[in-house]
Design a protein around this ligand. Structure first.
Ligand SMILES: [Zn+2]
Length: 193
């Protein structure tokens, strides 16, 4: 739980996970292959009861309300499954599921259900740290920093990046600038000129 992950360690972990399913850094991530590889089923809310979800977990979802949460990682026996809120766009759902996978890959500890939602902001310090790690790792999984820099050097607009990696425009934008990809590309291109 207290493990410290540097940005570089997260970058490397994401590339390892991509390599595990035979994907390089520059392709759109096949998320279903990654969840399959880890033996983590992904269910829509409507499928939950028939999948034998515990009454406890079902109650969590009902109490949370349909709009307020995006996805959840649920412990089930010795394994895990992910529940996703299908009312979101397919691209948003990809980042939601990637976020939950990131918690799993980072071996974050939690009771029964770990939600990804707006409630994260009111978490205590150690949970906040885990949220930040999951956010950064899911960003690396969907668009590795390496690939973001390559796209920036190639002059791709945020829209192009979004389309290529099958993520929302907001996600692509968040990835291209705050990660420093465009600044690195500018320096690289200036040096080469
Ligand atoms: Zn989270």
């Amino acid at each position: 739980m207290g493990q410290r992950w540097t940005r570089q360690a997260l970058e490397e972990l994401a590339l390892e996970e991509r390599a595990r399913i035979g994907a390089g850094p520059n392709a759109a991530l096949d998320l279903s292959r990654l969840t399959l590889e880890w033996g983590v089923p992904v269910y829509a809310t409507s499928e939950l009861a028939e999948q034998g979800c515990t009454a406890d977990a079902l109650e969590h979802f009902a109490v949370k309300g349909a709009r307020k949460w995006s996805a959840a990682l649920v412990r089930s026996g010795t394994g895990y499954f992910i529940v996703e809120n299908c009312s979101h766009s397919p691209q948003r759902r990809r980042s939601n599921v990637a976020h939950e996978m990131a918690h799993l890959l980072l071996e974050h500890e939690f009771d029964t259900v770990l939600f990804a939602d707006d409630g994260c902001r009111s978490l205590d310090t150690s949970m906040k740290k885990q949220e930040e790690q999951a956010l950064n790792l899911s960003a690396e999984l969907l668009i590795p920093k390496k690939a973001a820099i390559k796209a920036a050097i190639a002059g791709w607009a945020d829209e192009q990046v979004a389309q290529h990696f099958d993520v929302s425009i907001e996600f692509a934008r968040m990835r291209m600038n705050p990660s420093g990809a465009r600044a690195i590309a500018r320096r690289y291109l200036a040096k080469r000129a």
